[in-house]
Design a protein around this ligand. Structure first.
Ligand SMILES: Nc1ncnc2c1ncn2[C@@H]1O[C@H](COP(=O)(O)OP(=O)(O)OP(=O)(O)O)[C@@H](O)[C@H]1O
Ligand SMILES: [Mg+2]
Length: 762
């Protein structure tokens, strides 16, 4: 389209996330790429908006300026105004005055003024057009005041006033008017555009937009860095969830760096790095960064842009992130304070959500795009070697190098399009003392569970999604004596097996096929087959990452005949001991008699305290599965709550009466030869030792003390001291003095070690 004889630059409309993006290709435009700074740019935008509707305006050269919906609406209103004035021919003869009363003396001047206000200037600088209109009104009023009544006509003035009012009804002019009135003078119009049209800037090869809206209303709660990006946590006055704002360096580089960055990215985009690019292991990542560094140095040299070695490294890291890496998600994935990341369908409409270990569910400032999502899916498809399409709408895989599990779902399962859920694993396994410290359970409950491990009980941990089942199973594994063999069977590798090996555990992992991926071209072993193998591996502790389907039958059959090794532990979705029975027996088809091989069900649940939206993970039930019932364990009192959660006190309480009825305790007594009193002394020894570590950690502010590397040492030492005492004094050994001796060792050896290590860390 042509306006005022000027050809408008290239633009196109693209739909993304249900929004119309009006995108200008500004690379060959001689004018500035900014609605705020350059009147010609404004002119182009208005001209395009005359032809098309748009939700967002994007000016694209080496970086993109994105004007949000509110700003685009303000622009569109001006375009509509231009059409209105043109069709109403506001500058036509009839609007210029009354020739019978005042003659045509001023008509030429008035015509000029009207065309300037309502057409020529309006298209370049609407605020200036408005200001001119105000001046013209003032001038006309002054002139009328001096005009004798018989030659005074107000047609022109009325026309001007109507024009002013129409302009003021647009949001842009309305806002400008308010400021002009307040200041009682007319500021530079550029300054006004600045305050209304602050655009987001991002490199054009990055799809995701970052929104920094309503910052003035927000209360800053926390601030930290993740690599080179800064993270801020805010509280919004009217939102229940917190806001998580990330600000990576690539969104705020100076223009010359953007230039080098985009050029490099253009060049390396055509380079096919082959299979190596599919993994982003640290080694291959460094390899690509080195290649990019060379390009960056070349390009900046040619363009005469000064770059320090740090600048080159920084840019190479960014290029790698958006070529072989996971883009902006990678930054979120490296913030280990995040536990989950959700990209809901339709992507591009809603902001990315995260769950923060300290601040719970948070809305981020990131709008991810469909294009990025498609690229991510291709990458994951290639990495897993599995299909993902209408026939296989679920893709589930581990990003081992990022300690993350991803589930992707697509249509028809997710009718609004692809959606992603990322679960970030804690890098080091949770320990029971850490759970005590986080109030997930009490020292006594930790002691009890650890004691059950000693007594080779069979335990199922249940809870809703994300309630901490797998974490708890991992922490209980750390209670298994290090001389036992442990076999872990998982479809997604969540339990920190390599880390446990480093700590001295004897662990073997079996990775099985994911039952939720519907694909048929799997090379992995089905869980039930894997389990048969595991059982053949002999007398070991068996940990099943998640009991989901057919393997349950194999598992229970093995447990029933006592072939399942000495400790069996697994996690299963549910919300109570009864629901675990219902699931295992009624859904998975395990007979009641086999189900009774379960000794204990532990229930985890996120609790919301009255009046608070924050969720706290708690163990709410430790339940014994009795052996004397036939049909329904609840009706026949087959489920015995050993400990139950008291929400009022936020604590797990021991049910003394039920303990007295416990068949499990009776069995333990007969098998181990321990008296009830001795059993409790053992449980308390464990409980007290863990509680002591937590107290020391808080006293000296040394979180490191509760990490597995130290709690495992502490457990081993306690076991050793107890063994010595048992050898010396037999069953009558005094466990209080065992604890005393152990505490001495902790203060004289462990504490020093940890304080030293913490100092080194700074
Ligand atoms: N007591 C706790 N306090 C804070 N964070 C916790 C606690 N327990 C677990 N988490 C964190 O919560 C997240 C979910 O934990 P986990 O994977 O153990 O849950 P899950 O019940 O196994 O989930 P799923 O149902 O998806 O298998 C993890 O990031 C974990 O580190
Ligand atoms: Mg789990």
């Amino acid at each position: 389209m042509k306006i005022g004889g000027l050809q408008v630059g290239d633009w196109a409309v693209k739909e993304s996330g249900g929004k119309q993006h009006l995108i200008f290709d500004c690379r060959n435009c001689p004018y500035g790429t900014s609605f705020v700074e350059d009147p010609h740019c404004r002119f182009h935008i208005f001209a395009a908006l005359l032809e098309t509707e748009a939700d967002l305006v994007v000016l694209s050269e080496v970086y993109e300026r994105v004007y949000n919906e509110a700003q685009t609406k303000m622009m569109s209103e001006i375009a509509k105004l231009m059409v209105k004035f043109e069709t109403e021919a506001i500058w036509s003869y009839a609007h210029l005055g009354d020739p019978k009363i005042e003659g045509e003396e001023f008509f030429g001047e008035r015509h000029d003024a009207l065309v300037k206000v309502a057409h020529d200037i309006l298209a370049y600088d609407p605020i200036a057009a408005y200001v001119l209109c105000l001046e013209e009104i003032k001038k006309e009023r002054n002139r009328l005041a001096k005009t004798p009544e018989n030659t005074r006509a107000e047609i022109y003035l009325n026309n001007l006033v109507a024009l002013r009012e129409t302009m003021e009804r647009t949001e842009l002019i309305g806002k400008a008017r308010d400021i002009i009135m307040r200041l009682r003078q007319i500021p530079e119009t550029t300054a006004l555009y600045h305050s209304f049209f602050e655009a987001q800037i991002k490199p054009s090869f990055i799809g995701s937009r970052l929104l920094f809206e309503e910052m003035e209303k927000l209360e800053l709660l926390d601030e930290y860095n993740v690599g080179q990006s800064s993270v801020q946590i805010f509280k919004h006055p009217s939102k229940t969830e917190k806001l998580y704002f990330i600000n990576p360096p690539e969104y705020s580089l100076p223009p010359d760096k953007y230039f080098v960055l985009s050029k490099t990215r253009e060049i390396v985009a055509t380079y096919q790095p082959g299979k190596a690019s599919l993994s982003s292991t640290a080694k291959s990542r460094k390899y690509f960064e080195r290649i990019y560094q060379a390009s960056i140095r070349d390009i900046s040299k040619q363009a005469n842009i000064k770059m320090s070695p740090e600048d080159v490294n920084q840019l190479a890291e960014i290029v790698a992130r958006y070529t072989v890496g996971y883009g902006i998600l990678e930054i979120l994935l490296s913030d280990r304070r995040i536990t989950d990341i959700y990209l809901d369908a339709p992507i591009g409409q809603k902001k990315v959500y995260i769950v923060h270990s300290k601040y719970g569910q948070c809305e981020t400032n990131i709008i991810y795009t469909q294009d990025e999502a498609n690229a991510l899916v291709s990458k994951m498809r290639a990495m897993s070697g599995r299909p993902f399409d209408e026939a296989h709408p679920v893709l589930d895989l581990d990003l081992a190098e990022l300690e993350t599990r991803v589930a992707v779902i697509g249509p028809p399962l997710s009718p609004d399009g692809t959606a992603f859920a990322f679960r970030l694993h804690k890098v080091t396994p949770w320990t029971l003392p850490q759970f005590i410290d986080a109030k997930m359970l009490t020292p006594l409950a930790a002691g009890l569970l650890s004691f059950f491990i000693d007594m080779q009980a069979t335990m199922l941990i249940t809870g809703s999604r994300g309630s901490g089942k797998t974490s708890l199973a991992g922490s209980l594994m750390l209670e298994i004596p290090q001389n036992s063999r442990i076999i872990v069977q998982e479809d997604t590798m969540e339990i920190a097996v390599p880390y446990m090996k480093e700590l001295g555990f004897n662990v073997q992992r079996l990775k099985t096929r994911s039952p939720i991926s519907i694909s048929k071209t799997e090379t992995e072993v089905a869980p039930e087959e894997s389990l048969r193998t595991a059982l053949r591996l002999g007398d070991s502790a068996l940990v099943i990452g998640e009991v989901r389907s057919k393997e349950a039958k194999v598992l229970y059959e093995a447990m029933r005949v006592g072939a399942a090794g000495n400790i069996v532990m697994g996690t299963i979705h549910g919300d109570s001991a009864y629901s675990v029975w219902d699931r295992v027996v009624n859904d998975l088809g395990v007979p009641n008699t086999s189900f009774k091989a379960t000794d204990v069900v532990v229930v985890a649940r996120p609790i919301r305290f009255a009046g608070s939206l924050e969720r706290h993970r708690r163990i709410v039930q430790i339940t014994e599965v009795g052996k004397h019932w036939t049909e329904d364990p609840e009706k026949e009192h087959g489920l015995l709550d050993l400990m139950t959660y008291d929400a009022g006190k936020d604590t797990l309480e021991l049910n003394e009466a039920n303990i007295k009825k416990s068949e499990l305790f009776e069995r333990i007594m007969s098998v181990s030869g321990l008296s009830a009193k001795q059993i409790w002394a053992n449980i308390e020894l464990k409980a007290n030792s863990k509680e002591y570590l937590v107290q020391l950690k808080n006293k000296y502010k040394i979180p490191l003390l509760l990490e597995s590397e130290n709690t495992v040492l502490a457990n081993n030492k306690l076991l050793l001291i107890k063994e010595n005492a048992l050898q010396k004094y037999g069953a009558s050994a005094n466990l209080d003095s065992v604890l005393g001796e152990w505490k001495e060792w902790v203060s004289s050896v462990l504490l020093k070690r940890v304080l030293g290590a913490q100092m080194k860390k700074g």
